[in-house]
Design a protein around this ligand. Structure first.
Ligand SMILES: O=C(O)c1cccc(C(=O)CC[C@H]2O[C@@H](n3cnc4c(=O)[nH]cnc43)[C@H](O)[C@@H]2O)c1
Length: 218
């Protein structure tokens, strides 16, 4: 749609390939990179890409698979973030988790680019893709117990999904004054670890479909 340059950042290569299949091909406006698993690796790789690019990027889109919170995002659905939040940046205490905001050391959430977020969400809705919108949490550690899942559901009542890169990549983009969006395809539910139960292939196919439906509005 626009003439802006977009950097799409996934964690792993299979996600990058799914996005590329959806887009049809990479072009001079849209670049897709796999920046590594977790907020640190993905943030560092993103900032390197943004700083080293001869032509500046206007938008960063975080994309990949994610865990959905039970009753809030089903496996096979797409979640578009209306907020990118760290789910574990802070301190533990006997009275519960204390966020980085409450500690007074900054903010654990980053706002998304509203116009593009709405455009992506509406495009997917109109195309009949199962999609919902809400905060996506970023975790250093994939949740694998009922206890942690309960803590997250209680602390972030609006959160739809968790993944491991969003807050890192968004922080890198924010430092460069570049707006961000996040789109995730749900591969598993957040809860007791069941790695064999992850529907990775289905989620990657849905990620591909989401980008194929959205390519005209990017
Ligand atoms: O087998 C594992 O425990 C495992 C640990 C880290 C990463 C993976 C991946 O397969 C990497 C892909 C990517 O998946 C995102 N993801 C998917 N589901 C979840 C989740 O329930 N909680 C957090 N992250 C999730 C994440 O962004 C990874 O980078 C496997």
């Amino acid at each position: 749609m626009g003439t802006s340059r977009i950097l799409i950042v996934t964690a792993v290569e299979v996600e990058r390939k799914a996005v590329l299949r959806g887009l049809g091909h990479e072009n001079e406006r849209v670049k897709v990179i796999a920046a590594g698993v977790g907020p640190v690796s993905s943030a560092v790789q993103t900032i390197l890409e943004l700083v080293q690019s001869p032509i500046p990027f206007d938008l960063v889109i975080i994309a990949g698979v994610a865990g959905g919170f039970v009753g809030r995002a089903e496996v096979g659905h797409i979640v578009v973030a209306d907020q990118i939040r760290s789910g574990d940046l802070g301190a533990e205490s006997p009275d519960g988790f204390i966020s980085i905001d409450e500690l007074g050391f900054g903010s654990g959430s980053i706002e998304v680019e509203e116009k593009m977020t709405k455009r992506i969400y509406q495009t997917l809705m109109q195309a009949g893709v199962p999609v919902s919108m809400g905060p996506i949490l970023t975790m250093n550690t994939t949740t694998g117990t009922t206890e942690t899942a309960k803590r997250l559901v209680a602390d972030y009542p609006e959160a739809r999904a968790e993944a491991m890169e969003g807050f890192g990549i968004a922080t890198a983009a924010q430092k460069m004054n570049i707006p961000v969006c996040e789109i995730r395809s749900i591969s598993n539910l957040v809860g007791p670890r069941d790695r064999d139960g992850w529907k990775l292939q289905d989620a990657l196919l849905m990620l591909e479909e989401a980008f194929s439906k959205c390519k005209e509005v990017l």
